[in-house]
Design a protein around this ligand. Structure first.
Ligand code: FAD
Length: 445
């Protein structure tokens, strides 16, 4: 394996993780806990990926009714942020379908979005603050001796035939090579796997520029919504027209007093991997947000003194490239809660097989996070932050296990991986829940 002549070898490691988002954080911590040396490479100035950079401020898809399905490092992050008073979740006694509970928690976004009944049940999910996420991630990285390299853009793979041997990063200093025995792609856009020659599909979904408003009087806004329902519906409808795309509750509370986050405007028809589209969407988002701010100040009780705090530094991209790995998770797998014997991660009520983290063709590479091996439609309902962290945790342990046993990552003993995940406090989904569809190992040709 040749390091390009214009690149400088900066370090050698057991495992290099590309991307410091939710999946990359979990992968790095999990591998380090198993004794591997880990380098974590992130292009931006902070950890968190979309969770902090795009200000996606609710952790959901982590329960199946009253059963908590994503534990492990995702739960540790919640505990750390809660200790800083920067995470809020409903206590157990509030987690039920009840109009008063719904009124208490709906504006936090902490209810079951998939429920077909009204009011939707309040469920286990967490609202958090982006600075809390960054700080808790930095602490975890430090506590595990992970070598963090911010401001480093992955640019090309180091290959020996079909086997990955490390990566090269672009920095404003110089081109930097990192030799590694295993590479974990947690870039969200599958940049490493795609450039290494692994098969993938191009997916897409709408983009969103999240923003925050401050100075909101929650009590007045709550009374308006529940005590003047007709007027509320009128004003809400107009706000949504201005936004041109949003979820039902377009603003949600955050742990900071008077600050709300707005998961909108949604913008369709853009490719989240293309510079031209990202630039256009960024400008379009700002235009719609400016108009919305003027409207709510004048029309929404509780928002009279509101002001724009910030637009998320990163535009929200949900889907671009998707791995076409050893197994491709389908919409039916997610909808029917298909249980796989090699399940290593769970989301809401669905299961992720280890094969969906393993690329075809390229060795010593794992993929975890929103670009995992799923069809475009399946990914749309199975890519929330907690399941991405669960995948990262599985990939990190798998990488360390392969090194320990001297095997390639595609050949590790998955039953042992499941056991190790359980020992670490995660739920790999090896035991199907009562509402799962249990099938024999499904192969795809
Ligand atoms: C607007 C929006 C709203 C959402 N709402 C929710 C929600 O309410 N709840 C929920 O749980 N989920 C939500 N999601 C989904 C969730 O945010 C993502 O699926 C999740 O963050 C994916 O985690 P990840 O680690 O796979 O990828 P990302 O969060 O995208 O992290 C990827 C990381 O890789 C880094 N990276 C990329 N390329 C390179 C490179 N070349 N070199 C170095 N580093 C690189 C990025 O900077 C980033 O830090 C939402 C997503 C969006 C966009």
């Amino acid at each position: 394996m040749e390091i390009p002549r214009n690149a400088r070898l900066v370090t050698e490691t057991d495992v290099v993780v590309v991307g410091g988002g939710p999946a990359g954080l979990a992968a790095s911590v999990a591998a380090a806990r198993e004794g591997a040396s880990v380098v974590l490479v992130e292009r931006y100035a902070q950890l968190g990926g979309l969770a902090s950079g795009a200000m996606v401020l609710v952790l959901d898809d982590m329960c199946n009714g009253s059963e908590i399905t994503v534990k492990g490092i995702a739960q540790e992050m919640i505990d750390r942020m809660a200790a800083m008073k920067l995470a809020v979740f409903p206590p157990e006694e509030d987690r039920r379908a009840d109009p008063s509970m719904y009124r208490r928690w709906a504006r936090w976004g902490l209810y079951d979005y998939y429920a077909r009944t009204k009011p939707a049940p309040v469920c286990y999910s967490t609202a958090f603050d982006p600075e809390g996420w960054k700080r808790a991630s930095e602490d975890l990285v430090k506590d595990h001796g992970i070598h963090l390299r911010l401001h480093s853009w992955f640019s090309s793979p180091l290959m020996e035939a079909d086997r990955m041997r490390g990566i090269v990063c672009e920095t404003n200093d110089d081109l930097q090579a990192i030799r590694a025995d295993v590479v974990i792609d947690c870039s969200g856009d599958l940049v490493v796997a795609a450039r290494a020659g692994a098969p993938y599909q191009s997916g897409s979904y709408f983009l969103t520029t999240v923003f925050r408003l401050g100075g909101v009087d929650f009590e007045t806004a709550d009374k308006f919504e529940y005590e003047q329902p007709e007027r509320f519906l009128e004003v809400d409808k107009r706000a949504k027209e201005i936004l041109g795309g949003s979820w039902d509750k377009w603003w949600l509370k955050t742990p900071l007093p008077g600050i709300v986050w707005c998961n909108c405007p949604h913008m369709r028809g853009y490719d989240g991997a293309k510079v031209e589209d990202l630039t256009k969407a960024q400008l379009e988002g700002r235009r719609r947000i400016d108009e919305l701010c003027a409207f709510v100040t004048n029309n929404w009780p509780g928002f009279e003194k509101s002001y724009l705090v910030d637009l998320a530094p990163q535009i929200g991209v949900r889907q671009t490239r998707l791995l076409e790995g050893e197994y491709v998770v389908t919409k039916e797998d997610v909808q029917d809660r298909v249980h796989f014997p090699d399940s290593v991660a769970r989301g809401r009520d669905y299961y992720t097989p280890y094969r969906a983290l393993v690329p075809k063709r390229v060795d010593q590479l794992l993929v975890a996070g929103r670009h995992y091996s799923a069809t475009s439609v399946a990914q749309r309902t199975s890519r929330e932050i907690p399941p991405c962290m669960a995948m990262g945790e599985a990939a990190g342990i798998a990488a360390a296990m392969a090194l320990d046993r001297g095997v390639v990552v595609r050949s590790i003993d998955v039953a042992r991986l499941q056991k190790k995940l359980r020992e670490r406090g995660a739920d790999p989904g090896d035991v199907p829940s009562s509402n799962a569809t249990v099938r024999e190992m499904r192969q795809q040709t």
